[in-house]
Design a protein around this ligand. Sequence first.
Ligand code: NAD
Length: 482
Amino acid sequence: MAIATNERYELVIGTESENRSAEEYFSTTDPATGDPIAEVATATADDVDRAVTAARTALPAWRSKSPVERGQIVHRIAERIREHADELATIESRDQGKPLSQARDDVEGTARYFEYYAGTADKLEGESIPLGEDTLDLTTREPYGVSGQIIPWNFPLSITARGVAPALVAGNTAVVKPAPTTPLSALHLAEICAEAGVPDGVLNVVTGGAEPGVALSSHEGIDQLTFTGSVPTGEAVMRSAAETITPVTLELGGKNPAIVMPDADLDEAVFWISAGIFTNAGQICSAADRALVHESIYDEFVERIVARAESYTLGPGTDDPDMGPLNHAEHFDSVLEYIDVGTTEGATLETGGEPLDRDGHFLPPTVFSDVDNDMRIAQEEIFGPVLTVIPFADRDEAIAIANDVEFGLTGGVFSRDIKQALTMARRIDAGGVYVNEWFGGSTETPFGGTKKSGIGREKGLEGLDSYLQTKNISVNLDERND
Ligand code: NAD
C-alpha cells in the first residue's frame, strides 16, 4: 500500500458495508499556505452512535482472542507504520505544520507505542491474595469495553497511538475522535491497523469538531474515556463522564517551569530550554514555558537564548525547517493576542513577536524578559513559541514561583549539583520533572499531570491501568460447607 493523501476521507465505522458516505464534509488545510489538503467527513451524533455500536459488536471476539494473538496483531501495526514512515510523516507534517524531521520522530514514536504495548499483551497478569487455606482469592485484569478517545491537534498521530495501542492490547475496542484541523494521520493509521489484521469495528474513527466529541463523551455505550486537550474542554468531558459514571483519563495543559540554578551549565540549559519551548512551534503541553533563572546569570541567559531563538529557520513543515507554522488561524490569533498582553503587562519583548509577512501562520521564536509570575503570560498556557523568563533570588523562591500556577504537568531543573537538582525535583509539583534536559522519558515512562494538568497517567506500564480494570474472584474451598 502506498499512502498518498486522498481527495476525500470517509469515517471509519465497523465493516465496509456498515460504513456509509457522510452527508457533510469539511476541509483540512495546510497551515503553511492555508490551501485545502482534503475533504473529510463531518461525523454527526448519529455517526458516533453507529461507531460505538460497531465497537461494541466487535468487542466479544476481540477480547476473547488469546493475548498472544492480540499482541501479534498489534506488533504488526508497528511494522506497517515503519514501512510507511516517510508517507505518514509527510502527511502529518502537511496537516499539522510541524517540521518533517519532527514528524518522522512522531512516526517512530507511534510505532514504538504499538511495539511496546504488543510486548505486554501476554504479561497482563493478576495476583493471588492469601486469605487462608479455606479460600482461593485471585485477581484478573479485564478490559473496560469500548474506549472513547478524543485527540488534540499538536501530536495527532502519536497521541492517537498512545491511547489506541494499550487499549487494543488490553482487549478493548475503540472509537477515536481526532481534532478537526489534523484528522488525516489517524485515518491513515486506521487503514494500517486494518491491514495489520485488526478486525472491522475494533478501531473506529469519527472525524469532525466539537459535536462528535460531545456525542462521544456523553455516550452511554462508552466504558472508558481518554481525553487530551485543553482544560475547559477537559472539564466538559469530565462533566459528561460524570453523568454516565465513566472513568476518564485527562491529559490537559501545562505552564511548565524550567529552573536554571547559578551553577548550571548555561550552554546546556539554553540548548534544552530553546528545544523545550520552540519544538513544534511551542504547541506542546509539556513545553518549557517559563524559564526561572537565578538573578546572577539572568542577563547572560537572556542574551544567549535570544541569540539561539534568532538562529531558527522558519518555513513549511515539509521543507524541514527548524520551526513550522502554528496549526490554525484561530490559534495563531490567540498566540498573537498573548504577545500584546505581555507587552501591555510590562514585560520586555526581547525578540520575535511579529508574524512573518507571508501566507500561513508563522510566528518566529519569541522571548519575553522582565516577566513577573503574576502576569497572564506567566500563568496562562500560550501554546506557542513564546518563552517567558522570570528571575529568582534563591532556591525557595524558585520553587515557590515554579509551583505558583494552576498546572502541574512537567518541570525541570538545571544544576551541576545533582543533590540540589534532585531535592528541587522532589519539591516541584508536577507529574514529571526533567533534570539537565527537556522532554525526558519515553514510551516506557509514565506521563500525566497534577492539579489542572489532568488525571491519570498515559505511557509506560502504568498507562495500561487506564484501559484495564481489576476483578477479584474469591473461591470458597472450605469442605465443611459442602
Ligand atoms: P481542545 O480542548 O480544543 O480540543 C481537544 C479535542 O476535543 C479536539 O478533538 C476537539 O474537537 C474536541 N472537543 C472540543 N470541544 C469538545 C467538547 N465540548 N466535548 C468533547 N470534545 C470536544 O484542545 P486542542 O486545542 O485541540 O489542544 C490543545 C490543548 O491540548 C492544550 O491545552 C494542550 O496543553 C493540551 N494537550 C495536552 C497534552 C497532554 O498530554 N497533557 C498533550 C497534547 C495537548
